[in-house]
Design a protein around this ligand. Structure first.
Ligand SMILES: [Zn+2]
Length: 82
């Protein structure tokens, strides 16, 4: 029996801030990576977030558009990551 993909994706994406921040427990990292190996949708989401975070961290704050900044902070709790 297959799990409902949307449900699994939502559960996974709820873990992403911790996962991307390196704060997630090993078990969560493994679960995320296993899911990513079989789910193109979530892989795209993670790739995009990783690139965005890298850009964001490397750019002086002034170079980040205000709306993008706000969106990132809201989605990823970046104020906690920094
Ligand atoms: Zn997924």
């Amino acid at each position: 029996m297959k799990h409902n993909r949307t449900e699994r994706c939502q559960a996974l994406q709820a873990q992403l801030p911790d996962y991307l921040d390196g704060e997630a427990k090993d078990a969560i990292c493994r679960a995320v990576e296993e899911h990513l190996a079989s789910c193109d949708d979530c892989r795209v989401v993670v790739d995009t977030l990783k690139k965005t975070i890298t850009l964001y961290r490397n750019a002086p704050r002034a170079d980040v558009p205000a709306d993008a900044h706000e969106r990132l902070v809201r989605v990823l709790h970046l104020d906690e990551i920094r």
